[in-house]
Design a protein around this ligand. Structure first.
Ligand code: F3S
Length: 384
């Protein structure tokens, strides 16, 4: 682990000076114990709809300086991948989104366009430090990979990519990675979407805490389940880290068990997080986080023309060919303009439910199978 007192000079462009100043200011605000060398950066702020003209201009200005990332750096999802745009976006939208990706590429950032970079590229090693801006990926990194990262903002992750360092504070420090509260999970939670509900439940009940979980021996704890748990935990208020006894690499000493949670609690929460009444729907959104659902090719034989509701499966560009007709490769509906008329949406992701509701949509949250059923019938029938 390489720690220095000040952000090293990594280049003399205005982009490098901006990056260094930002990291110094963040380090000062966090009362950091110096700056630690990172193994990789993962950068958010890729959707043209989020960045707008101002954000695009800022990125292109940085890129014109010739500055380049000095560590491996990857990108979060954009609104859509310009080579495979959905049919409801304009030529101008496609050009603007392509300019964003070009600016990042000029800055030495790989256009991976995924919120799960650890699934398609080699992640840092256990104990290494990183600057990952996507909250679900940062939580997965801390909890499942044992990689140390704060939940960075997009500009901070870009600055870290240019300088190769981040403030040595927060979850980079041993003392901030210890669990705050231990819980017993009564039921195995076989399906990934149930792990997402567990994350939402934990985030709501214990905001800002690192939970330590005891799960039943037969609980599968798949990568997809951990992805769903990671995404929902931070979305609903938790810290960007959890531990699972016997399953995650830093699950050491735990505080005494303070609470239990079981399937009935999660069923009640699923109803609470849904505000969609029974009836016709416009869209089904799966694949949040990327690659978490539907996973391992478990997709019903559903031809695009047989779906009554628009089925959108977000995924990394490299997985696009897997679900022809439905994919939003490299994209995410939470940061994208939706097809005209979409108001009523169904998803299996607690994180997606949160963000879609915050955009004013009516959302139903249910299992992956129920979502496929809704795509085929065009209707929602799981309201209480
Ligand atoms: Fe990824 Fe979008 Fe979900 S960025 S975690 S698919 S809300």
């Amino acid at each position: 682990m390489q720690i220095v007192n000040d952000v090293p000079s990594c280049g003399d462009t205005t982009a490098h000076r901006w990056a260094r100043d930002l990291l110094r200011a963040l380090g000062h605000a966090a009362r950091a114990r110096g700056y630690v060398r990172i193994a990789s950066a993962h950068i958010s702020g890729v959707s043209y709809w989020n960045l707008g003209e101002t954000g695009l201009h800022f990125l292109e200005t940085l890129a014109e300086t010739g500055a380049r990332a000095c560590v491996p750096a990857t990108l979060n999802p954009c609104a859509f991948f310009p080579p495979a745009p959905p049919d409801w976006v304009s030529e101008e939208d496609i050009r603007s989104q392509a300019r964003v990706l070009s600016a990042y590429e000029a800055l030495g950032v790989q256009p991976s366009c995924t919120c799960a970079p650890y699934r398609s590229l080699p992640p840092p090693l256990f104990g290494e430090h990183a600057a990952w801006a996507e909250s679900s990926a940062a939580t997965f990194a801390n909890s499942v990979l044992g990689v140390r990262t704060e939940r960075e903002g997009g500009p901070a992750a870009l600055a870290a990519a240019l300088c190769g360092y981040v403030p040595f504070s927060g979850l980079h420090l041993d003392e901030n990675r210890r669990p705050d509260v231990a819980l017993r999970v009564r039921d195995p939670l076989q399906e990934p979407w149930r792990m997402g509900l567990l994350g939402a439940w934990l985030g709501q009940r214990f905001p800002g805490a690192i939970p330590f979980l005891y799960v039943p021996d037969e609980a599968p704890c798949s990568i997809e389940g951990f992805q769903a748990l990671s995404a929902a935990l931070v979305t609903y208020g938790g810290e960007a880290m959890f531990c699972v006894a016997g399953r995650t690499p830093e699950a050491g000493a735990a505080p005494p068990v303070r609470a239990e949670v079981g399937s009935s609690d999660l069923d009640a929460l699923a109803l609470q997080l849904s505000d969609l009444e029974n009836g016709p729907i416009d869209m089904v959104f799966l694949g949040c986080p990327h690659g978490s659902s539907p996973s391992n090719g478990v997709v019903p034989p559903l031809a695009p023309e047989s779906a009554r509701a628009r089925l959108v499966i977000a995924c990394a560009p490299v997985r696009a060919a897997k679900f022809p007709g439905f994919c939003l490769p490299g994209g995410c509906p939470a940061v994208s303009v939706l097809a005209p008329g979409v108001r009523r949406v169904v998803t299996d992701s607690a994180k997606a439910a949160f963000y879609l509701r915050s955009r004013g949509l009516r959302v139903g949250l249910a299992s992956t199978d129920a979502c496929f059923e809704a795509a085929i019938t065009g209707r929602w029938s799981h309201a209480r």
